[in-house]
Design a protein around this ligand. Structure first.
Ligand code: GLN
Length: 481
């Protein structure tokens, strides 16, 4: 087994026992990137010299007997929507292709303080808008399990890199499923934390009331490890909460005895691939055997695509239209050269700088906020959002966690949905609700379909119940192996 295949906790143990240095480990992962990236296009930028010099410094400190951080010497990839000081942060967009971030996102600086090694920036749907990674200005990322399939999106580069062992772990962002769905499609673990758990400072905003940064890893223990590092209050993000960060690894092995797991009946209705339904039901049966109680619950609003996908795409695009107004060719990013007056300069910079999907969403978002349509669309969507939140509150009176699918199908073919935005949006049915309600959710690999593609299950928990969420995810993982 190549060293690049190790999990983070394994890589840390091996370094502690002197089997390998941080430089050797980083070198092994960089070799893997060199071998794989041409095929999968997971990275938009790799900074091997900086990564190796960080690893060298960690080795030197280890040598001197210094106390090292909890991710010492672990090579990690960062979705290109987070600022890393001194490097380009493109958001997968032409408009930011030359933007150099002058500071680190808080999640990134926390990784640095934990002594992680930063490998580079991963490919993504432009401004995190998409479910397939096909909306990147830098070309689509491919699924390492099957090159003609999408890796999911929008953190598809991060998921593909981890699944291909071209990173030990990665960070992504999740506004409507962008960590969980690509993790599911690539056969790895991906967690969206509760809203407020992780600081959004330095994360380029898509939809600020929904965005969260989360880890993508090879196993649940690594997710617990990374979540512990990046979580916590940050005075630079007013929405980050001041709730103590538990040691998420501590209770991982305590099992599911005594937990009630809710199965939303709407999730297993028409539209869900039958192999996925069977795999998720199989995982539920195994949890029951391990001592959990299963209970059928109902999510009358959150379980229906018409309401939840509709509300999500109104709220998300409305916020995006405001957030993306800052990219105007003046303060940030690409500026059209031929314009003769200011109006033309704005117009041409934005027309040429943004891709089609981003433009579609800016127009949609502007429309739902405009006078005369605000009440009919935006206000209505906010009301539906409240109903979705109520659905979950009611369900969590009856159970500790919810179990369901991540997406209606396994990874679809490159090109299959790109010309049909509605089909692409409907793919998000099981993931957008956690963002609308602010809940944590995790995607765990549970099986493979007949064609070999990975199948994931999704667990959801009440806000700030990540410990319970990870405990159950760990049990599922142990039983799936
Ligand atoms: N697929 C969803 C969208 O396109 C979610 C994206 C995300 O979570 N960033 O908006």
């Amino acid at each position: 087994m190549s060293q690049a295949q190790w999990t983070a906790h394994e890589a840390i143990e091996r370094q502690n026992s002197g089997d390998i240095s941080s430089v050797e480990l980083t070198q092994a992962v960089i070799e893997r990137i060199d071998a794989e990236n041409g095929r999968i296009n997971a990275y938009v930028h790799v900074d091997a010299p900086t990564a190796l010099s960080q690893a060298e410094q960690i080795d030197a400190r280890r040598h001197r007997g210094e106390q090292l951080g909890p991710l010492a010497g672990v090579p990690i990839a960062i979705k290109d929507v987070m600022c890393v000081r001194g490097g380009r942060t493109t958001c997968g967009s032409r408009i930011l292709q030359d933007y150099v971030a002058p500071y680190d996102a808080t999640a990134v600086s926390r990784l640095r303080s934990a002594d992680a090694v930063l490998l580079g920036k991963t490919n993504m749907d432009e401004f995190a808008m998409g479910s397939s990674n096909e909306n990147s200005h830098f070309g689509p990322t491919r699924n390492p399990h099957s090159i003609d399939r999408v890796p999911g999106g929008s953190s598809g580069g991060s998921a593909a890199a981890v699944a291909a062992h071209a990173a030990i772990a990665a960070l992504g962002s999740d506004t409507g499923g962008s960590v969980r769905q690509p993790a599911g499609y690539c056969g790895i673990v991906g967690l969206k934390p509760s809203y407020g758990r992780v600081s959004r400072y330095g994360l380029v905003a898509y939809a600020s009331s929904l965005d969260q940064i989360g880890p993508l890893t090879k196993d649940v223990e690594d997710t617990a490890l990374l979540l512990g590092v990046i979580s916590g209050h940050d005075p630079r993000d007013a929405t980050s909460v001041d709730i103590a960060v538990p040691d998420y690894r501590e209770k991982l092995q305590t099992g599911v005895e005594g937990l009630t797991i809710g199965m939303p009946e709407e999730y297993f209705a028409e539209g869900l691939d039958s192999q996925i339904a069977a795999a998720v039901e199989g995982a539920a049966a195994r949890l029951e055997k391990a001592g959990a109680k299963l209970k059928q619950v109902s999510l009358p609003v959150a379980g229906h695509a018409d309401y939840c996908v509709g509300a999500y795409y109104v709220v998300a695009t409305a916020e995006a239209s405001a957030n993306l107004s800052r990219f105007d060719g003046v303060r940030f990013g690409y500026r059209a050269e031929q314009a003769t007056d200011l109006q033309q300069m704005y117009h041409q910079s934005r027309s040429k700088g943004f891709g089609d999907e981003v433009k579609r969403r800016i127009m949609l978002g502007t429309y739902v906020l405009s006078a005369g349509y605000y009440d009919a669309y935006y206000l209505k969507a906010q009301k539906v959002r409240t109903l979705i939140r109520d659905d979950f509150s009611r369900a969590f009176e009856e159970c500790d966690l919810l179990l369901g699918p991540v997406a209606p199908t396994t990874a679809f073919a490159v090109g299959e949905k790109i010309d049909d935005p509605l089909q692409m949006y409907l793919n998000d049915i099981y993931t957008v609700t956690a963002n609308l309600a602010g809940l944590p959710g995790v995607s765990v690999p549970i099986a493979h379909a007949d064609d070999g593609l990975p199948i994931g299950a999704q667990l959801l928990a009440p806000a700030f119940a990540e410990e319970t969420l990870l405990r159950a995810a760990y049990s599922i993982e142990q039983m799936a192996n």
